[in-house]
Every structure is written in C-alpha cells, then in structure tokens.
Design a protein around this ligand. Structure first.
Ligand SMILES: *Cc1c(COP(=O)(O)O)cnc(C)c1O
Length: 407
C-alpha cells in the first residue's frame, strides 16, 4: 500500500557531493581582459544581487529609464527599444527571426565568426541568405557591397560593426547602411562588442535594428541584452502574417512587457537592474568622453604591445579598437599563452576560434589605466616565461607614453 511519502522515500539518483563556490573560485578574482565578459562596476554588481517584483511599479519605472538611456546609447528616437533575456546572440536571433522568414532575401556581409552567425540564423528561419564573404583582416569595399546589393536585391542586409573574432572594424558602416537603404533594404547591425565604445548613430545612419549584449562595451553582466528597431523595422514585425516560431523572442509578445507593463515571461529582474546601472554609468560619463577613453586606452595598449615586440593582427586601416588581436609568436599556441597568463598572472585573455592570435578586450571597465599596466606587464612576463624574447620595459614605457598623451 503506497503511503503519501513513498514517492520521496528513496531516490534513484543519489544526492551528489559537490564543492562550494568558495572552494572552486580562485582566491584572487582573475582580471577579465579577454573578449568578454568584462569586469563590472560595483554599482552593477550590487544591482545584480537584488530581486524585485517583475511587474510592480518599481520595475515599470526601471524599464522606462532603461529604454530612455538605451535610446541615448543607440542614438535613436525610436520608441522600439526592448530588452532580451539572453546573450547577445539572443538579441541577434530576435532581430533576425522577427524581420526574416521563409523566402526573405537576406544579404549577410560576413567578416568572420560573429557576422557569419547572422547568416546562419537567417537560414534557420528559412530566409534565402547570400553571404558576401570578406577576406580575413579586411573589409568589403563599397563597390563590392553595392554590387552584391544589385545582384541579390536583399530585403535585409546584416553587418557587424566590430567583428570581435578577427578584430576587424567595419569602419564604413554608415556608407554600407546608406547603400542598403537606397536599395530599399532594412539594415541589421551587430554592435554587441562595440556599443558605447565607439560612435554608432542608429537614426542618422539609417540603421533599422541594432543589437547588443550586456557583457561587452556596456560592462554589465552577461545574459541580459538590448535591441532597438526603427519604425520601418517595427512595421515589418507587425505586418508579418506567419508568427515567429521563437515564442520567447517574439517582439510583439515582448512589447507587452517592455512597453505595456504586462506579462510576457518573467524578466531577469536582477539582470535588468544591473543593465540599468551600466547604462546610468554610460550616461554619467557621456558617450563623447566614453569614446575618447576607449580610443586613448586602446591605442596606448596597441603601442605597448607593439613595443614589446609583438605583432598586431588587423591592419591599421580596419583595426578594431574594442578588442585587440595579437599574433602568437611561432612555436606557441594561443592556448599556451592564455593558460600561462591566467595561472601565473591572474589575467584572463582570449584565443579566437582557431585563429593564431590572442585577444585583449578594450570594452567598458577594461579601459582603465591600472588594468592596462597589469595586462601589458602580465603579457610581457608571460612571453618571457614561455621563452619569447620581448622588451618588457619598452612595452610598459610605450603604454605610459600613450596614456599620458605622448608627454
Ligand atoms: C560576443 C559577440 C556576439 C555574441 O554575444 P553572446 O553574448 O556571446 O551571445 C555577437 N557578436 C559580436 C560582434 C560579439 O562580439
């Protein structure tokens, strides 16, 4: 005869014994200088510990401020700013899956790993995607873009502002958007890495959807992202007949929460509060000063790395400042360098999907002078430890010169 407790009296899967986080986490936190996630300011960390009612009056106010601040950061007056519970890739999927469907003609300017992801997402919703494959370490010329647009007659063009994987900067983004616009296409821009680290003017440049993540330029936590649609893009979202197969990413359903104080799914309230604080700090700094800080720090870092005797991966003309790619000297692998600098110097940097480089991020809190000195020193010492001849004092001196304006 089963008793009410017999269901729980014995477990088939035994209770596991695991270590506490205190036992797992390093005694000294690693300095996160890779391609993301990046260090977060104290105000962001504090906000991330708070849970409030996802549908209460406080949340409504927070959401309103997040949208207002995001409009400044995106440089748009469009009403259609929304948050996304998920990584930058979820925001990307929200843009693609709401604007493209079976048979939509999409032209994807593919500079590397991340811009290629937008093409892949387009194919998955049944769009007819053509890729403009751009050679590594370069950008497409405007003639090539114009020619591809003439050939493919896309309804949507996707392009990345900063291709984090090979550290290439699409510096002609404004002109690419203008070409697409002139041909009647909507433009989706991946600004996950670059937003708030360098200029991007959504309205002035005629961009129809901008996506970003939390854990890169904005210096918030990973897993809560932002997206903005232009009026034209929103009209396409509203005008579609087949519903989006992605229920969580359906922009019309997300409108309930982000614009009408209603329920879609339970928002990641702590993460939204963290994002609020990250955006508030961007506004307190102002975009102009933030761009200047990023530029100065990244250029000084590049000078420091070069003075060590190492080679930068991307040519100057299309070099991304938000993430710096460095060639790994012969005989070493990116994994060797990343493992050593992490273990011996408590600095975390990144490899890159099979490319022979390591990457140092210059996003948000990474662009602080003390972080740069520690990183250049740790990189130089790592090279010495691994048997590579570098000039460590020259690297540190060049960094200092760069940061102090060459004086
Ligand atoms: C990091 C990154 C992404 C992906 O963001 P996730 O949060 O990892 O999903 C997309 N595009 C670019 C340019 C990125 O740098």
């Amino acid at each position: 005869m089963p008793t009410p407790l017999s269901n729980v009296a014995s477990t088939v899967v035994p209770c596991p014994v695991v270590e506490s986080l205190d036992a797992i986490l390093p005694e000294e936190p690693l300095l996160m200088m890779g391609a993301g996630p990046v260090p977060i300011p104290a105000a962001v960390a504090k906000a991330n510990t708070i849970v409030i009612n996802h549908l209460g009056a406080t949340m409504v106010k927070v959401i309103g401020q997040v949208k207002t601040m995001a409009r400044y950061v995106f440089q748009t007056n469009s009403k259609w700013v929304l948050g996304v519970a998920g990584p930058g890739s979820a925001a990307m999927e929200m843009a693609i899956s709401n604007l493209a469907w079976e048979g939509t003609r999409v032209l994807s300017v593919k500079n590397g790993f991340f811009s290629g992801r937008m093409a892949e997402m387009g194919r998955r919703v049944g769009a007819r995607v053509s890729e403009l494959d751009v050679a590594d370490r370069s950008v497409a010329t405007l003639d090539e873009i114009a020619e591809a647009i003439r050939r493919e007659r896309p309804e949507i063009v996707t392009v990345v502002q900063g291709e984090t994987s090979n550290t290439v900067w699409n510096y002609q983004l404004k002109d690419i958007a203008a070409l697409a616009k002139a041909a009647g296409a909507l433009v989706i821009v991946d600004a996950v890495c670059t937003l708030s680290t360098m200029p991007l003017a959504m309205d002035a440049w005629g961009i129809d959807a901008v996506i970003t993540g939390g854990q890169k330029g904005l210096s918030s936590i990973p897993g809560v992202s932002l997206i903005a649609f232009s009026d034209a893009a929103w009209a396409r979202v509203k005008g579609r007949t087949a519903p989006n197969a992605h229920w969580c990413l359906d922009a019309s359903l997300a409108e309930n929460f982000w614009h009408n104080a209603g329920y879609h799914y339970t928002a990641p309230v702590s993460g939204v509060l963290a994002l609020h604080e990250a955006l508030r700090l961007v506004c307190a700094e102002t975009l102009e000063k933030r761009f200047a800080r990023h530029l100065k720090c990244s250029v000084a870092l590049q000078e420091g790395v070069t003075a060590l005797g190492l080679q930068l991966y991307a040519p100057l003309a299309c070099r991304l400042n938000s993430v710096v790619g460095i060639e790994v000297p012969a005989g070493l692998s990116p994994g060797d360098v990343c493992a050593h600098i992490s273990r011996q110097h408590q600095v975390e940097i990144s490899g890159s999907f099979g490319l022979p480089i390591v990457r140092i991020g210059q996003m948000g809190e990474q662009c602080r002078e003390h972080n740069l000195f520690r990183t250049v020193h740790a990189l130089g010492r790592t090279m010495v430890d691994l048997g590579v001849k570098v000039d460590l004092p020259a690297g540190v001196a060049a960094l200092e010169r760069g940061l102090s304006g060459g004086k």
